[in-house]
Design a protein around this ligand. Structure first.
Ligand SMILES: *Cc1c(COP(=O)(O)O)cnc(C)c1O
Length: 343
């Protein structure tokens, strides 16, 4: 893969905005360089544009150097930036599979970039041959999601590796749910795969969806490209400060993970017992995809009782299926009670 050839010409030639904080990042007694207000500390100061302190912490947790980390306003930001960096609007395309997370298609659509969708197999696995047959000279990115949303399964690691090896562009592997699938991350293989970008997030296992913090792990060259085109201060002070505090809670996060994985097994078991449930699909994520008789009717029944799940019945390969997030045991209990009363 030739990164410079892959990159859009205008991005390669772009001179990025240089902020006051880029030009002088050290400690000083008096900062009179950024037209900040001297009052209202600490919110008066612009945040660190490269989030150095937070990346140091994440680097230790993920066992990867800070230079391989990009942080964004949710995973949404690196998804959008990757498309903008590599895909020429109206010309280039990306490949996603179907069904998968909806944001890749939306981000491509906003940027006027074509999306080629390749169907998963009936058992929700990727079809490597079909993906590679779909690649053309204008294909710049392939998005893979594992564990996949909304199907819940992890993709076969050998198949993922094949796509990475054979594709002459960038493979974006979205691991938003990886903490619920222990031992399956591609992160340890990042250095051997120059064309791989791994997305993870603080929104799921870390319980921080509200502060909007997503991670992309990639080669230094790719991270530098993302840094060059992001908003200069993409992560505000509140997010950075709160994240620095919350990343210390690793033990608690592990405990939550174990609890949710145990609840997932319990829920899968109990849900199989209801007569209207046709199939509970295996899940490596914090949700279950469930095929049932009259999913739409059951969805509305639950809404009336104040219980909101995701109706995925109109999604390819997911006819009559609901996606149900694993909640606290009492939330899960409420759902089970509603189901019992439906019989
Ligand atoms: C929830 C989810 C994310 C997280 O997105 P954020 O913008 O980081 O909150 C990313 N990818 C997938 C597949 C998801 O389901």
């Amino acid at each position: 893969m030739n990164l410079n050839k892959l990159l859009r010409k205008n991005i390669a030639e772009l001179k990025p905005y240089s902020s006051a904080r880029d030009e002088y990042a050290g400690e000083a007694m008096v900062f009179l360089d950024a037209n900040e207000n001297p009052f209202n500390e600490p919110y008066n100061r612009y945040p660190d544009p490269l989030q150095r302190e937070l990346k140091q912490k994440i680097s230790k947790i993920k066992n990867i150097t800070p230079e391989n980390i990009f942080l964004g306003n949710g995973s949404d930001e690196p998804i959008d930036l990757l498309i903008r960096a590599f895909c020429e609007p109206g010309t280039d395309n990306i490949i996603t599979f179907n069904p998968t997370y909806g944001m890749y298609e939306v981000a491509a659509g906003i940027n006027n970039v074509e999306v080629k969708k390749v169907s998963l197999t009936e058992d929700f696995e990727i079809n490597v041959d079909a993906i590679l047959e779909t690649v053309n000279p204008d294909t710049k990115l392939i998005f893979l999601c594992s564990p996949n949303n909304p199907t819940g399964n992890s993709l076969d690691a050998e198949k993922i590796q094949k796509v990475i090896d054979w594709f002459d562009g960038i493979v974006v592997l979205d691991e938003a749910y990886i903490d619920f699938a222990p031992g399956k991350s591609f992160l340890p293989k990042l250095n051997e795969n120059a064309n791989l970008v791994i997305l993870q997030t603080f929104s799921k296992a870390w319980g921080m969806a509200g502060i909007r913090l997503g991670m992309a792990f990639a080669s230094v060259e790719i991270v530098n490209i993302l840094n060059k085109i992001k908003y200069p201060y993409n992560l505000n002070i509140l997010t950075q400060t709160k994240a620095l505090e919350l990343v210390e809670k690793t033990e608690e996060v592990k405990k939550w993970g174990k609890l949710l994985i145990a609840e997932r097994a319990k829920m899968a078991d109990l849900l199989k017992g209801f007569p209207f449930v046709i199939q509970v699909y295996p899940s490596d994520a914090n949700f279950l995809l469930i095929k049932m008789h009259d999913a739409k009717g059951i969805y509305h029944y639950l809404v009336e009782r104040g219980i909101i799940v995701r109706n995925r019945s109109n999604v390819h390969l997911c006819d009559d299926s609901l996606r149900i997030t694993i909640g606290s045991s009492s939330e899960n209990e409420t759902l089970l009670t509603a189901f019992k009363e439906l019989i």
